[in-house]
Write a protein that binds this ligand. Structure first.
Ligand SMILES: Cc1ncc(COP(=O)(O)O)c(C=O)c1O
Ligand SMILES: N[C@@H](CCOP(=O)(O)O)C(=O)O
Length: 460
């Protein structure tokens, strides 16, 4: 498979370049030139595969110029052996036609582990083969950072710098990052929002000299490998919920648009997905877009679902690229306008095409707390606030097909929010407890690309 750049040129790239490169040299994102497609009967033949077996089938076409079958199998094996015993991604009925896909049984108790554990093993394989070393720069609103640190903390070939918004992640999320005292792990608390952190990371990649000097790589979902690994659980869940391939919808708590973009890609690959439901918290830029065609940044609001406190959803660029008929010039014009003015709007015809696939609903903190309360009262299930934003959307959606809503984090990561809703303490799993007791270490820096560069130079 060849990859192209959303923002320019006819150049094509192989998987190793995509994995190591993160952002393209034009500041764009890598996407497959053409997607692998599975027929209904090919999908049928996947039924009954283990999670690892399915991961192999899905990841194979994306990575075949980079890994042998044996290498890919080993990567998958090593990635998922760190998940808690039992099923990797349990699918449970919640109520009526709503099912919940629990994606929080990995080492850091959030869905990020699914792709990050794979990424860690992929990087290790390639770096060893090339006898190479990299510096990872990542931005997090709470979960990507801890998942990345867990995946890379023992690497002898990757140094990892993670930027999080100071005082704007939960205590558990912060401690999962800052108590990992390892020579290759550096945590930076930026006095701004997640968007500021992500802009700084993109700024590091835009400096070609800096990127080359430090062999910069990305672990955010701007890295296509993240998206590829996240596609797997959509196939896994749909095969379980939909015995006759009649179609299901997915409801995804959304921030950086990586997770739901993986669902969209699964649909393009042949999975019978009826609708993709975007669930936003008070940072509802995507919901407003779906309802109006106007993408317009407003200030970031700090919410009870902090991992979704995002206004610049990086992966939306990949979707827009498709809906611009993959016209790089048109895409560039949208991206330039957004950078300059914080706003763009799409023509009604494009919006109506997007709305054939996507629906969106918003839940502010009040609605999030209400959902946690009512679901607990009705089912005994304790939702974390991000998953609750998802369930809120699934409840508002009015379809007759099964709706699979993603539980993206374990409630213990957001104990204060759950206590606010239910007045109960969530039982903290041992894998989280060990972080809560550790000594923290992190550097506080202003919203400044130069300050982050200097810190990285001094700590590389
Ligand atoms: C718990 C949780 N839910 C939802 C999201 C939103 O996912 P995405 O950024 O892929 O849209 C995130 C962060 O990415 C998260 O950490
Ligand atoms: N919510 C994320 C934000 C970054 O998302 P990513 O999927 O692009 O890495 C987080 O928890 O850090």
């Amino acid at each position: 498979m060849k990859y192209i750049d959303t923002r320019g040129g006819n150049k094509t790239f192989n998987f190793e370049q995509v994995l190591l490169g993160g952002l393209t040299e034009n500041g764009g994102l890598y996407v497959p030139e053409t997607l692998p497609k599975f027929t209904k009967s090919e999908i049928e033949s996947m039924r009954g595969l283990s999670y690892n077996g399915l991961a192999f089938k899905i990841l194979r076409p994306f990575t075949e110029d980079c890994f042998t079958d044996a290498e890919l199998k080993n990567i998958i094996e090593l990635a998922y052996k760190n998940f808690s015993e039992g099923e990797i991604a349990p699918l449970k009925k919640l109520k009526d036609n709503i099912l919940v896909l629990e994606l929080f049984h990995g080492p850091t108790l959030a869905f990020k582990d699914f792709a990050m554990q794979i990424l860690g093993q992929m990087f290790e394989t390639v770096l060893k083969r090339n006898n190479a070393f990299i510096t990872i720069a990542g931005a997090t609103s709470g979960d990507t950072g801890s998942a990345a640190i867990a995946a890379f903390k023992n690497s002898e070939r990757a140094k990892i710098f993670i930027l999080h918004p100071h005082n704007k992640v939960s205590d558990a999320q912060r401690k999962q990052m800052t108590t990992v005292i390892s020579p290759n792990v550096k945590n930076i608390a930026v006095e701004g929002s997640f968007d500021d952190c992500q802009n700084i990371v993109k700024g590091l990649f835009a400096d070609a000299g800096f990127k080359e000097k430090y062999s910069l790589s990305a672990v955010n979902s701007i890295n296509w490998a993240r998206i590829a690994a996240q596609i797997v659980y959509y196939f896994y869940a749909a095969l379980k919920a939909d015995e006759k391939q009649e179609g299901v919808s997915f409801c995804v708590p959304t921030g950086n648009f990586g997770n739901i973009f993986a669902a969209y890609t699964a649909k393009q690959m042949g999975l019978n997905i009826k609708r993709l439901i975007i669930a936003s918290n008070a940072n509802d830029i995507l919901t407003r877009f779906i309802n109006s065609g106007v993408m317009e940044q407003k200030g970031v609001t700090h919410t009870l679902s902090p991992s979704m406190d995002i206004q610049i959803s990086s992966n939306f660029e990949r979707l827009l690229f498709d809906f611009c008929a993959r016209d790089q010039k048109a895409l560039n014009a949208f991206m330039a306008r957004f950078k300059e003015t914080g706003r763009y709007d799409v023509p009604p015809v494009m919006l109506s095409e997007i709305k054939k696939v996507f629906t969106a609903f918003k839940a502010d903190d009040g609605a999030t707390l209400e959902v946690i309360k009512s679901i607990y009262a009705q089912t005994g299930v304790i939702l974390d606030p991000h998953s609750a934003v998802g369930v809120n959307a699934a409840l508002q959606y009015n379809g007759s097909e099964p709706v699979i809503t993603l539980a993206t984090a374990h409630p213990a990561k957001f104990g204060a929010a759950v206590k606010k809703a239910l007045n109960v303490e969530v039982e903290v799993p041992p894998s989280l407890k060990k972080f809560l007791e550790g000594k923290e270490r992190f550097e506080v820096l202003p919203v400044s690309l130069e300050a982050v560069k200097l810190y990285m130079e001094n700590n590389a």
